[in-house]
Write a protein that binds this ligand. Structure first.
Ligand code: PMP
Ligand code: GLN
Length: 386
């Protein structure tokens, strides 16, 4: 095949995702997997049954409509109104995708030209870097620095250049658990308007906020026409394997994202789309109980990690907690995570892989708490032995 590398250069060095690598390590070593973020119990029984019913009744077993089944698009529009007072047209302002992952890919491929600059919070969720690269664009990190992990808004202003095309926002933020405040969101919105920037906002953890509240960026003045909002049923309803995500935004933006999306998967998850439509209409008690349950789990794990000697950065949202391993006499999170299964039978994720400047996150390690309490207790027990 000659000297030319097989892999497209935009993907050079990306290898296997850290989540796949660490879940494989957990399986191979029989460790408790607090790495990849997926719950170890499925979501509501009635939602699972709704999927079975759809399958049996032959709803969605053939290609669903490109933008998503009308029932789900309507339920997404109702959800935006119910929780945020946002009115979106289910026909022109909603697009169903194969998880938030496809929404991110389609949005970035649709909206970026080679050479465009994209400002995104570092540490980045891993698919951001890959998708920006596949679009030929350039990522510009705005680092959320320990211990507070807040965005420095003056730094954000200073990073904007004539080549900046898009702000890629993530709130609640994976892996730090930062939830942007109304003031931070307002400042970001103002900069986006002043510099006429597009905004893609990843809000997959919108219902997992423990401190403060989630505020969608699209609700702020001037943002509706420039914001692509992304969410997913995976996190909110604990069905990460169904891969039902969605985009909401102004018709021109959704049309652009749809153009790219139709050549990625075209459509996906037919019967699950009907089930997610039902899930979105669950009563407020479902959302409140889910959040309360996760908050208890967060507290259980954060307290246990602190007792085991980790420095813990308490997350305001998501189902992850970032820690620092320096107090344990450790420096390198990647080495630490590779050795952890052998040392005590627990798997975690080194945050360094989410940084361009790995030295900024070298000693940070992320643990997921979306697991049964008995599992979290056992993990804490094991980690205490370190
Ligand atoms: N964005 C963030 C911030 C995530 O943490 C994840 C994964 N859990 C995704 C997007 C992908 O979501 P999905 O599984 O719906 O593709
Ligand atoms: N979002 C999940 C996490 O951060 C992983 C999803 C994936 O494996 N792509 O753990």
């Amino acid at each position: 095949m000659g000297a030319r590398p097989l892999l497209n250069r935009s993907l050079a060095g990306m290898g296997t995702t850290i989540f796949a690598e660490m879940s494989a390590l957990a399986a191979a070593t029989g460790s408790i997997n607090l790495g990849q973020g997926f719950p170890d119990t499925d979501g509501p029984e009635e939602v699972r049954e709704a999927a079975v019913r759809a399958l049996r009744e032959g709803r969605g077993n053939q290609y669903p409509p490109g933008p998503g089944v009308p029932e789900l698009r309507l339920a997404i529009a109702e959800h935006q109104y119910r929780f945020y007072g946002l009115t979106v047209d289910p026909d022109t302002e909603v697009l169903v995708t194969a998880g938030a992952t496809e929404a991110i890919a389609a949005a970035l491929l649709a909206l970026l030209e080679p050479g465009d600059e994209v400002i995104a919070f570092e540490p980045f969720y891993d698919s951001y870097a890959a998708c920006i690269a596949m679009a030929g664009a350039v990522r510009v990190p705005l680092t959320l620095r320990a211990p507070a992990f807040r965005p420095d808004l003056d730094e954000l202003r200073s990073l904007i250049t004539p080549r900046t095309r898009l702000l890629l926002i993530n709130t609640p933020h994976n892996p730090t658990g930062t939830v942007l405040t109304p003031e931070e969101l307002a400042a970001i919105a103002e900069l986006a308007c002043e510099h006429d920037l597009l905004v893609v906002t990843d809000e997959v953890y919108e219902h997992l906020v423990f401190t403060g509240a989630h505020h969608p960026l699209a609700a702020l003045p001037g943002m509706r026409e420039r914001t692509v909002a992304i969410s997913s049923a995976g996190k909110t309803f604990s069905f990460t394997g169904w891969k039902v995500g969605w985009v909401t935004g102004a018709p021109e933006l959704v049309a652009a994202v749809r153009t790219a999306k139709q050549y990625l998967t075209y459509v996906s998850a037919g019967p699950f789309q009907y089930a997610v439509a039902e899930a979105l209409r669950l009563p407020d008690a479902y959302y409140a109980d889910f959040r309360a349950d996760l908050r208890r789990k967060r507290d259980l794990l954060t307290e246990g990690l602190a007792e085991a000697g980790f420095r813990v950065f308490e997350p305001q949202g998501t189902y992850f907690v970032t820690t620092d391993i320096t107090p344990l006499g450790e420096k390198d999170g990647v080495e630490f995570c590779r050795a952890l299964p052998g040392r005590c039978g627990v798997v975690a994720i080194p945050n360094a892989v989410f940084y361009d400047r790995t030295e900024l996150g070298l000693s940070q390690v992320r643990f997921a708490f979306c697991k049964r309490e008995s599992v979290l207790r056992e993990a804490v027990e094991r980690l205490r032995r370190l």
